[in-house]
Design a protein around this ligand. Sequence first.
Ligand SMILES: Nc1ncnc2c1ncn2[C@@H]1O[C@H](COP(=O)(O)OP(=O)(O)O)[C@@H](O)[C@H]1O
Ligand SMILES: [Mg+2]
Length: 144
Amino acid sequence: MSEETKYDGHFAVEGGNFRNAGQVSSRIKNILKDLGCDSDMVRRAAIVTYEAEINIVSYARKGLIHLRAKPDSVRIEISDEGPGIADIELAMQEGYSTASPIVREMGFGAGMGLANMKRFSDNFSITSRVNEGTQVVMQIDQVH
Ligand SMILES: Nc1ncnc2c1ncn2[C@@H]1O[C@H](COP(=O)(O)OP(=O)(O)O)[C@@H](O)[C@H]1O
Ligand SMILES: [Mg+2]
């Protein structure tokens, strides 16, 4: 761990497990709060992590969320094994969703997840390979 890294760890997310959905993002929120991170940074990190976690649960077989916190920025890396995304530009569009009826019944599938992950990040990148999986890297910086 580099000297200025305050936290470095990863969390597993199980595809299809809606019962536990949201647990990782709430743990991450608490870790960042306990580190004394700026509250706006904590809020944005919690939002993007929640959306990433829900996407793994909804679409992938399994995934990992890697959190690295520095004094004035948070880096969140998501990687999953799953169907991947064939058309990323389309998937990024607000309102676009392939969520199943079951997923929608649970209140997910508004098609805002990826768009919000980008909106609340200062740096966002996504890569994906069909039938392999998807990776998202997000950085959130402290404003002041
Ligand atoms: N990790 C993922 N693996 C495969 N497909 C995904 C993944 N994340 C998102 N997608 C695809 O991108 C679409 C848009 O995702 P998102 O913006 O989070 O909205 P929603 O999850 O509400 O559909 C999803 O409906 C799905 O088709
Ligand atoms: Mg989503």
